[in-house]
Design a protein around this ligand. Structure first.
Ligand SMILES: Nc1ncnc2c1ncn2[C@@H]1O[C@H](COP(=O)(O)OP(=O)(O)OP(=O)(O)O)[C@@H](O)[C@H]1O
Ligand SMILES: [Mg+2]
Length: 345
């Protein structure tokens, strides 16, 4: 493996690897070669599955299988048989023996998505596999050894769940030895331009074979929305805009209209109408925000926002205060706490 983490992330289409997700990618890079379980935490649509796949690709198991199991979609009476397999005749309807997901993932990675939805009984059995690396099929007496790296993901707060008794705390310690927090899109708005550009190009290629572009003004308008559905919501809006634009342009105002606050759609229309002349303050605000985005929230230093704008950092801070620009919306990965380690109790 001679590609570095950022190069690999780029090849796998992870946008923001060098900016808003930098701390996450750095952490993944460190933990990937180990067999330690990893817990990916993040809001819906923030990219947990994308990071899980990168983790697998960067591990020594990359040539082995990567299997994703959505724990919230397993019917509770079949969970054991799904995860651990069963022997023929072990219950009504078990006409054949069946390999469970753990055995199928042997030599590779088992990605347990939405692990917070696993019922308590299944949690106990999962803990046992994690502790001694062996499992028993349903209806089978002998322990079977498996060599599986377990990666889990959740949008829930497992600590709070374990305090309420809804999640086993011993399991939480085990799967959360190493947890990686994937920031919400609104906490890394500096990535919005690159993400929107990526999705516009992809949508164009899908529809007509030609990548679509996106205007800087449109990106500024998209930044006014907080994106509660994160990257998935952004991708969906751009895909819809490309379809509405007949595959030849993005019709973002219509695509956004039904989803976002009307002001954002208005801002977008305004940004694209030449006769809608911006006030000096609004133009300045837009330009400062662009500089902050490009500098990934950094104000000082070479290629920091002040440097890009050709003013001194003190003056820039003063203007940001006056224009009520919130620096927190632009700061990038450097200041984020991308992970925390928990000690097993
Ligand atoms: N950094 C990224 N670069 C490119 N595409 C991304 C990135 N993050 C997320 N996506 C895309 O956004 C969508 C949602 O990502 P993903 O499925 O990984 O999110 P998730 O956190 O698992 O969401 P959920 O909690 O809803 O399962 C996917 O289509 C994915 O390809
Ligand atoms: Mg997911």
């Amino acid at each position: 493996m001679n590609m570095d983490g950022f190069e690999e992330a780029r090849v796998l289409g992870v946008v923001g690897a060098g900016s808003g997700l930098r701390a996450v990618i750095d952490t993944i890079e460190k933990v990937a070669p180990t067999d330690t379980p990893v817990l990916l935490e993040g809001e819906t649509g923030s990219g947990k599955e994308v990071i899980a796949r990168l983790l697998h690709e960067r591990s020594r198991r990359a040539q082995g299988p990567m299997i994703r199991v959505n724990c919230s979609a397993l019917p509770s009476e079949l969970i054991d048989s799904e995860l651990f397999g069963h022997e023929k005749g072990s219950f009504t309807g078990a006409h054949q023996s069946r390999l469970g997901w753990f055995e199928r993932a042997n030599g590779g990675t088992l990605f347990l998505d939405e692990v917070g939805e696993l019922p308590l009984a299944a949690q106990a059995r999962l803990l046992r596999v994690l502790q001694d690396g062996t499992l028993e099929r349903v209806g089978g007496g002998k322990p079977i050894h498996v060599d599986v790296r377990v990666v889990t993901a959740t949008h829930r707060d497992l600590r709070a769940m374990s305090e309420r008794g809804e999640f086993r705390s011993d399991l939480w310690y085990r799967i959360g030895v190493f947890s990686v927090k994937i920031p919400a899109l609104r906490e890394r708005m500096g990535d919005l331009g690159e993400l929107a550009t990526h999705f516009a190009a992809r949508a164009g290629i899908r529809l007509t074979g030609v990548p679509l572009g996106i205007h800087e003004e449109e990106i500024v308008a998209l930044s006014a929305y907080s994106w509660p559905g994160n990257v998935r919501e952004l991708a969906a809006v751009i895909e819809r805009a490309a379809i509405l634009g007949g595959g030849r342009k993005l019709d973002l105002s219509t695509a956004l209209g039904s989803v976002v606050r009307p002001q954002v759609a208005d801002a977008l229309r305004g940004a694209l109408e030449e006769e809608n002349f911006l006030s000096l303050d609004d133009a300045m605000r837009g330009h400062i925000e662009r500089a902050l985005r490009r500098a990934n929230g950094r104000i000082e230093g070479k290629l920091g926002a002040a440097d890009l704008l050709g003013i001194n950092p003190h003056t820039l801070r003063g203007k940001m205060r006056k224009l009520r620009i919130d620096w927190a919306n632009f700061r990038g990965a450097e200041s984020r706490d991308g992970y925390r380690e928990k000690l097993s109790a």
